[in-house]
Structures are given as structure tokens and as C-alpha cells.
Design a protein around this ligand. Structure first.
Ligand code: ATP
Ligand code: MG
Length: 423
């Protein structure tokens, strides 16, 4: 127990952190290109936020939340997704008083009590964006196009974009009726959870992962056939906009998403590399969430990208080999008498911006040089009696084996010229 991380959680070792840092930077750059600014919200929220925001009858709220009482008896939940907390922050800080739309992005851990498997964990991480305040279909287009450009920047241009519309409150009522009639006839084949949902929230059944339910859903009435004029026009404009900005997509009537807050456009970005957990990005429009959580009526749209799944795809395609970073300098000392001299130089170099290391294991000079070749490092500065007396350090280029003598005072200038970087 003590030496194993809890089920469904993972450590990211340095090699993996380098990959994550790289994709985080690409995500930040892409968001900046589109005018989205970063927001960070707490790791936990009041449970009610998710019950209201995500919906009482969703898988997340019914089965997957990490909920507990704190010592004062408040019900607290570790965030299972990023949108509801950002919506809460939008209301709390009255961001609606800013020029609209307000465009935000985040990088966050999420927690869901699910059965761990490849691409599915109990603690996972999401990149997300949210655009608040505009009902325009061009915002839906922008949200999808940002995700697509982000994937393209990482070398992924073959991912499939599936879009659908699940309508608004008005047109959904007719559809719910048709869906209920259809499913009622097949109720003997539905799983227990879906049986309960038949009365409470039949739309949720469309997102059930149970194979028997999935089979029934093959012939289910399609929501796109029930859209009101406004929703139909909106969807047509999303399609037109995607074509204008060069995003390839397909309409997939099966996509409904697992969260109740969506309205009109929903979409998923899918990779065949992921097997069963094929969705790397999910999102859409949610015009009622802000109001539902106590804010002013605010149309909005956004997405969440699963970072672990993204890393799996990039690894499978060989698109994320990050070479380990070389140190600039290793200071090797002949023996303990030269340590102080070495230490002063070590901290001088670090302060001027060169990465530098020194032995802390009591190694012999030979062992220090062997260690330096393994770290890896570009130059070894060797300090012994001659060097201290003459004030000139022996510098060895560990790639070529070439040696130089360099005045200790000019070590930084020498490195700057060699490495070509500013101090
Ligand atoms: P799924 O249908 O695979 O359970 P979801 O619809 O629950 O996904 P969202 O809530 O839309 O997923 O979250 C957005 C993205 O976060 C998903 O597309 C996926 O990439 C990632 N994700 C969701 N749940 C997990 C998890 N348990 N482990 C790792 N990544 C996850
Ligand atoms: Mg899920």
C-alpha cells in the first residue's frame, strides 16, 4: 500500500513531465492565438455546483464523483470536469461586466471514480476552453477550430471531428417524447440505470456505455429530425463556418455528450489510436448553464481535451520524443581542497544563467568525469592545483574530447561564445 499510488492515479516521471510541458506550451500558444486567457479554479467545489451544473442524472453525478464532508459538515467534491467551476468563477467575479465574449482557457486535474483502464483514470487532466456571452454559431466554429489547430500543431491532422446538434429546451421536449415512446417499447432490454432514466432524463440513455443499451440505440429516433427552426439554422451556420475555415467534419447523430448542460452544437474529436476510449476532445454549446448556476442569461461554448489520452495518441504515432536536456557545465574537482573554489564558480555560473552541477557524492576525479558523461553535460570544468595557481580552468568538451584553458574570470564569456546564449 505505502509504495503504490492509489488505483487510477499515476506519477509523471521527469521524462513524461517533459512531454506534458511541451504539449502544455503548444496549448497555451494556440489559446493565445485565438485570444483566450488562462484561468485557474480550486481543486474542489461545493457539491451542489456539479449536481446543478452537470445534472443529477448524469453518470458523473450519479456514480463518479469524489464527494466527502469536510470537518464543518460541508459537502465538498473534487472537480470531475472543468466547465462548471469556470462558470461559477465567471458569475462570482462578475466577468459578464467585461467586454463580451469572455474567452478563457484552463489546464486542470479532474477526478472521477471510474473503472481504470487504458485512457481512463481516476485522476486525469484536461485542457479546456470556454467562451462566454455570444450566441453566434461562429463561436462554436472557433471552439472546434481551436482544438483542431492545436492537434495540427502537435502533428495530428488526421483526427475525426464529429458534430451534432441536440437542440434547445424547446425542441428537445418533442424529441424526448418520441425517444421515450421508442425506448418504452424496448424497456425489457435496458440496463437498470437506463430504466430509471427513462422517466427522469431519457436523453441520458443515448450516452449509455452498456452494450445491450447501445444495440437498442442503433435504431433510435434522431434528434436532428426534431430541431426547431432556430436550432436548425444555427447548426447549418456551424457547418458553413467550419467549411469556410477549412475544418473537415462529419455529422454524427449519435453524439449527445455525457453532461446535461449542452444545448445546440455538440462535438467530439476522435482517434482510432485510442481503442475503446476513442474520444480525445469533447465539447459544445451550453446556453443555460450560467443561468442555471445563478448568473445572468449567458450563451456559451467550450471543450475539454483529455491530456492522458492525447499523450497516448502522440506516443503511438511517435510524435512526442523529447530529448533529455543537456546541462551546460559539470565542475570536477581534483580533491576536497578545491571544492570551495569550485563551489564559488558553480554558483556564479548558475546565477548568470548556465545550468551547472558539481559532485556531492565524494567521487574521485575519474568517477566524477564518468558521472558527467552520463548526466549528460556539454562541458566539464576541471579544477586542481595548477588551475587554482594559474587562475585558468581546464575545460573539456565532452562531445569532442577537446580541451581548452580558460581564465576563471572569463568562464561565462567562453560559455556564451560556445553555447551562444545570453547570460
Ligand atoms: P468518456 O465517454 O470517454 O467517458 P466523457 O464524455 O465522460 O468521456 P468529458 O466529460 O467530455 O468525457 O471529458 C472530456 C475529455 O476528458 C474526454 O474526451 C476524455 O478525453 C477525457 N476523459 C474523460 N474521462 C476521463 C478519464 N476517466 N480518464 C482520462 N481521461 C478522461
Ligand atoms: Mg465518462
Amino acid at each position: 500500500m505505502l509504495t503504490k499510488a492509489p488505483r487510477g492515479t499515476r506519477d509523471l516521471l521527469p521524462e513524461e513531465c517533459a512531454k506534458w510541458l511541451y504539449i502544455e506550451n503548444v496549448f497555451r500558444e494556440t489559446c493565445t492565438l485565438f485570444g483566450y486567457q488562462e484561468i485557474r479554479t480550486p481543486t474542489f467545489e461545493h457539491t451542489e455546483l456539479f449536481q446543478r451544473g452537470i445534472g443529477e442524472t448524469t453518470d458523473i453525478v450519479e456514480k463518479e464523483m469524489y464527494t466527502f464532508e469536510d470537518k464543518s459538515g460541508r459537502s465538498i467534491t473534487l472537480k470531475p470536469e472543468g466547465t462548471a467551476p469556470v462558470a461559477r468563477a465567471y458569475i462570482e467575479h462578475k466577468l459578464y461586466n467585461n467586454p463580451l465574449p469572455v474567452k478563457l482557457f484552463y489546464i486542470t486535474p479532474c477526478f472521477r471514480y471510474e473503472r481504470p483502464q487504458a485512457g481512463r483514470y481516476r485522476e486525469f487532466h484536461q485542457f479546456g476552453i470556454e467562451a462566454f456571452g455570444s450566441p453566434s454559431p461562429l463561436i462554436d466554429v472557433e471552439v472546434i477550430a481551436l482544438a483542431v489547430l492545436f492537434f495540427e500543431k502537435l502533428g495530428l491532422s488526421q483526427l475525426e471531428v464529429h458534430i451534432n446538434s441536440i437542440g434547445c429546451k424547446a425542441c428537445r421536449e418533442d424529441y424526448k417524447k418520441a425517444l421515450k415512446d421508442f425506448l418504452f417499447k424496448k424497456k425489457d432490454f435496458l440496463c437498470d440505470t437506463c430504466l430509471l432514466r427513462l422517466e427522469r432524463n431519457p436523453l441520458r440513455i443515448l450516452d449509455c456505455k452498456n452494450p445491450n443499451c447501445q444495440k437498442i440505440l442503433e435504431d433510435v429516433p434522431k434528434i436532428v429530425d426534431y430541431l426547431c427552426d432556430d436550432c436548425r439554422r444555427h447548426f447549418a451556420e456551424v457547418e458553413k463556418g467550419l467549411t469556410t475555415v477549412g475544418v473537415k467534419y462529419q455529422v454524427n447523430p449519435g453524439i449527445v455528450r455525457g453532461l446535461d448542460y449542452y444545448t445546440k452544437t455538440v462535438f467530439e474529436i476522435i482517434s482510432e489510436e485510442l481503442g475503446a476510449q476513442s474520444t480525445v476532445c469533447g465539447g459544445g454549446r451550453y446556453d443555460n448553464l450560467i443561468e442555471e448556476c445563478g448568473g445572468p442569461h449567458t450563451p456559451a461554448a467550450g471543450f475539454g481535451i483529455g491530456i492522458e489520452r492525447l499523450v497516448l495518441i502522440l506516443e503511438a504515432k511517435g510524435l512526442i520524443e523529447i530529448p533529455s536536456k543537456e546541462m551546460d557545465v559539470f565542475i570536477a574537482v581534483m580533491d576536497e581542497n578545491y571544492r570551495e573554489y569550485g563551489l564559488q564558480l558553480l554558483y556564479r555560473l548558475r546565477k548568470t544563467g548556465f545550468s551547472a552541477e558539481m559532485d556531492n557524492m565524494g567521487r574521485s576525479l575519474k568517477a566524477q568525469m564518468k558521472y558527467a558523461s552520463k548526466i549528460p553535460v556539454k562541458y566539464a570544468f576541471i579544477i586542481g592545483e595548477d588551475e587554482v595557481k594559474s587562475g585558468k580552468i581546464t575545460v573539456k568538451d565532452l562531445a569532442t574530447g577537446e580541451q581548452d584553458k580558460v581564465s576563471c574570470d572569463e568562464a561565462e564569456i567562453y560559455l556564451k561564445n560556445k553555447i551562444r546564449k545570453g547570460c
